[in-house]
Write a new protein. Structure first.
Length: 304
């Protein structure tokens, strides 16, 4: 009974040590007659997912933002007339004009919609050298956006603010139009959207492919059974070979931007297994040395 309890406790301790190792950054774990190598580590897997998250988010949000900008641009008035009149304590502004697809008439009342304010707004995506800017008339519940020109918009705002703030002024009139054909803006926006959609979705594709391709492999060198077992975590073993088949181990340096390989070679100098690592060459060299020391065989490094 005591022997069974002691054996169970030892197994439990081994499982705890293994769990701690899985959650650590270490690439190897040595338990008595067993050496376990894994690739990638838990933290590398999480890092890859975290790295991809912003790209995935941008790939979804950017098209929505571009579509929203495109829809907004359709309602901007290319030509417009704004007349504001003061009646006692109420200001009523009448806006008439034409957007890309329709004639527009809107009435804004300070009594019904609250305080009327005016501001400029840059179009979300600018075209270099463009003279157009946006003039926005807004209340708590309503907003009208007009095309104006950069060289006159400040004067228009001064006129409107003077009227809104000075109770002695009874009327203000503003006429505005786009300095160039706004259809160029729409064409530019469509191409901009398509271009960035192509880029973001290509990044999204690569990120999703990388995440779906994540497989944590473990390579178990067991002196007790004299076997090297290759397995995918949470799955059955993929490969079993006798340890004595390993005659040499080569470390292939992939260079700065490529993965490094640990290559296992038999007596006939034929490679039968390789492990790819995205870690630094120093870390992979250390792993190679640990395997060679454990198996008591030669460690050979191949330069890039």
């Amino acid at each position: 009974m005591a022997i069974n309890i002691s054996k169970s406790m030892n197994i439990f301790r081994q499982k705890i040590h293994l769990l701690i190792w899985i959650l650590s950054k270490s690439l190897y774990h040595n338990i008595g007659d067993k050496l376990i190598i894994r690739n990638p580590t838990f933290f590398e897997t999480i890092h890859r997912i975290i790295f991809c998250t912003p790209h995935i988010t941008i790939a979804f949000l950017l098209p929505l933002w571009c579509v929203n900008s495109f829809v907004d641009s359709l309602s901007i008035l290319n030509t417009s007339k704004l007349i504001c009149n003061r009646y006692s304590n109420e200001i009523i502004c009448s806006v008439t004009g034409r957007s890309l697809y329709d004639n527009v008439e809107k009435v804004i009342s300070s009594e019904k919609e609250g305080l009327i304010s005016v501001k400029t707004k840059l179009f979300p995506i600018g075209i270099e050298g463009e003279d157009n800017t946006l003039l926005v008339i807004s209340t708590n519940s309503k907003e009208v956006t007009l095309y104006s020109q950069k060289d006159i918009v400040e004067n228009q705002i001064l006129q409107l603010n003077s009227f809104f703030n000075n109770s002695l002024e009874t009327r203000v009139y503003i006429e505005s139009r786009a300095s160039s054909n706004p259809i160029n803006r729409i064409i530019f926006l469509v191409f901009f959207t398509g271009f960035w959609d192509l880029i973001t979705f290509s990044i999204l594709y690569r990120c999703i492919r990388d995440i779906l391709s994540i497989k944590i492999y473990a390579f178990v060198f067991d002196k007790a059974t004299e076997e090297l077992t290759s397995l995918e975590i949470s799955r059955k073993s993929l490969l079993k070979v006798p340890i004595k088949r390993i005659a040499k181990i080569y470390l292939e340096n992939g260079g700065k931007y490529e993965s490094h390989k640990i290559i296992f070679v038999d007596d006939s100098n034929s490679p039968f297994l390789s492990i790819d690592f995205l870690n630094s060459i120093t870390e992979v060299s250390e792993i190679t040395s640990i395997i060679c020391t454990f198996l008591e065989i030669e460690h050979i490094e191949i330069p890039p």
